[in-house]
Structures are given as C-alpha cells and as structure tokens.
Design a binder for this molecule. Structure first.
Ligand code: C2E
Ligand code: MG
Ligand code: MG
Ligand code: MG
Length: 285
C-alpha cells in the first residue's frame, strides 16, 4: 500500500518484491567473487546430425554452483552479469573453458570425430573491443582450429546492428569461426536482413518445435518451418533446431530438411564425459 504524507510519497514494501530485490542484489554483488572462486561450471548439450543421429558437437551452457542457493541456471544470473559488465570476464572464462574442453575431446578420442563447440555470446561481449583478440588468443593458445568453434548470437542482439557491431563478427567469420543466429524467430525476424549478417547457421527457436507438439500439428506452423528452412538453405545457411523433445518431432524436422537438432530427446545438458560417451555411440537419435 502506498501512503503519502506532506507531499512525500512512501511505498510500503512489498515483501515479495523485497525478497526478489535482495536476491537480485545479493546475487549481483556475489558475482565477481564467484568467478574468482570458480563457482561457475559448464554443461554440454549434444548437437545431433539429423541425417544419421551422430553427435557433431555440443553447446556450452553455463551454470552457477551457488554455495547457498544451489545450482542456478543462466537465466538467473546472465542478465545481472550483463548489467554489471561482469559478463565480459565471465564470457571469456566460458569461451576458454569450452575451447579447452573441445580440445580435450579431440585429443582423447579422435574416433569420436571432430566435435565442435558452440558458445553463447551476449550483446555486451559483441560491443567489447577485445572480442576478436581474446578469441584469437584463446584458440591459438589452446590449439583449436577456428572451424571447431561456433559463436551463438541472438537475433535480438543483431536487430538494427550497424556495421561497427557486425565488423568483429565478420572478422571472426573470415577466420573460419562459425556464427549462429540463436533463438531465430522470436524477434522481429527480418528475413531480408539475413543476407547482410555474417552468419552461417540459423538456430530455430524452441517455440517452433513446441508448436509441433500438438497432434496433428498446425499445418501453418509446418509450412512456416519448411519455408524458413528452404530460405536458409538458399542463403547457404545450415539449420539447427532447438528443444526437440520427442522422436516424432525429430522425424518431422528431418523430413522438413533441418540439418542439426538439440534437445531433451537426445540428451539434457550434462558433464563433458557424458558428451564424450554419447559422441562415441554410432547414433543417438
Ligand atoms: P539458448 O542458447 O537458447 O540455449 C538453449 C536452452 O534450452 C538451454 O537452457 C537448454 O538447457 C534448453 N533446452 C535444451 N533442450 C531443451 C528441450 O528439449 N526442452 C526444453 N524445454 N529446453 C531445452 P539454459 O541452459 O537454461 O540456458 C538458457 C539461456 O542462457 C541460453 O539459451 C543462452 O541464451 C543463455 N546462456 C547459457 N550459457 C550462456 C553463456 O555462457 N553466455 C551467455 N551470454 N549466455 C548463456
Ligand atoms: Mg544458444
Ligand atoms: Mg538458442
Ligand atoms: Mg532458445
């Protein structure tokens, strides 16, 4: 309840909002020390070739093992790290750790094939002047070929992007790093805009896959996905679908020409050894 007195306006505290604020504030202030104390870790979720079910790589997904609150997902703390700028060192840590892991997979078992690693970039990292040099340095130092790395950038981060913002991505792409447009279809997808962006992979957002959950699936949804896939292919982009939870979805998406899939149907995000085991299997889907 709000109360006014003598022109001053007091907001009576909403206990729930308060608790949220404290947690938010508490988490925000704890972030730098958490990075120093190594409280972050990465889970890997396989990227599966829809044609033969083989594991071709993994997406790195960061988690925070908070000493009081348990394991927190990225949605809880990435926005806070973005607000405070900590996302830059945190993102660099994620990149280095993921590249090191990709290298380990390559060394341990060449027969698992050249597993590639996908790493998410937040908009702040895109604007950070050190992005290209940090990435080059990490790849050089750890000995991973640039073609083994794919950086995921959300569509919304690139909306209205001018040339200055695209330049670092273009440089990375020329070096052989793949750039993926993440969560495609959630923003104001401007299909014509696609040709301007230095991307080689389109990651269709989970909402499309979820739309196919109902049976029979909405035929308009199916047409939409088919249309996006054929447009992407005509622009030489490969298509990855997120959030595949059933075999029926996987089959439908394969029939529609999608190239790569990711989702609980194949595996939840997990530790690096688990990915390694999955990669050694002939097919997991
Ligand atoms: P994203 O890049 O779109 O990652 C996919 C998210 O979908 C992950 O959530 C993953 O666990 C979840 N997912 C995968 N398969 C399924 C499925 O079959 N069903 C359902 N319902 N969900 C599935 P997560 O790990 O909570 O990550 C959320 C978001 O946080 C990511 O979305 C990404 O945008 C961001 N994120 C994660 N790690 C990093 C990071 O290192 N840096 C930055 N900047 N962002 C990150
Ligand atoms: Mg992603
Ligand atoms: Mg995504
Ligand atoms: Mg998504």
């Amino acid at each position: 309840r709000a109360k006014s007195a003598g022109g001053n306006r007091y907001e009576l505290a909403d206990p729930e909002a308060d608790a949220r604020a404290i947690t938010r504030h508490g988490l925000t202030t704890a972030l730098p020390a958490a990075l120093e104390r190594d409280e972050f870790f990465i889970e890997y979720q396989p990227l599966v070739h829809l044609g033969d079910g083989s594991v071709r790589g993994a997406e790195a997904l960061v988690r925070w093992a908070h000493p009081q609150h348990g394991v927190l997902g990225p949605d809880r703390f990435i926005p806070l790290a973005e607000d405070t700028g900590l996302i830059v060192p945190l993102g660099r840590w994620v990149l280095e750790e993921s590249v090191r892991q990709a290298r380990r997979w390559q060394e341990r078992h060449a027969e698992a094939g050249p597993l590639r690693i996908n790493v998410n970039l937040s908009p702040c990292q895109l604007q950070h002047p050190g992005l290209v040099s940090d990435t080059v340095d990490i790849l050089d130092r750890l000995g991973l070929d640039p073609s083994g790395l794919c950086l995921e950038v959300t569509e919304s981060a690139l909306i209205g992007a001018d040339d200055d913002l695209l330049k670092p991505l273009r440089r990375l792409s020329e070096m052989g790093v793949d750039i993926a447009l993440d969560d495609f279809g959630t923003g104001y997808s401007n299909l014509a805009n696609l040709r301007r962006l230095p991307v080689s992979v389109l990651k269709l957002d989970r909402s499309f896959t979820q739309g196919m959950q109902q049976f029979p699936a909405d035929p308009v949804d199916l047409k939409l996905v088919e249309g996006i896939v054929s447009l992407a292919h005509s622009l030489n982009l490969s298509v990855t679908v997120e959030g595949v939870e059933t075999g029926a979805q996987a089959e439908a998406l394969r029939d529609m020409g999608c190239d790569t899939a990711q989702g609980w149907y194949y595996a939840r995000p997990g530790p690096p050894d688990r990915l390694h085991e999955l990669a050694l299997a002939d097919a997991i889907g």
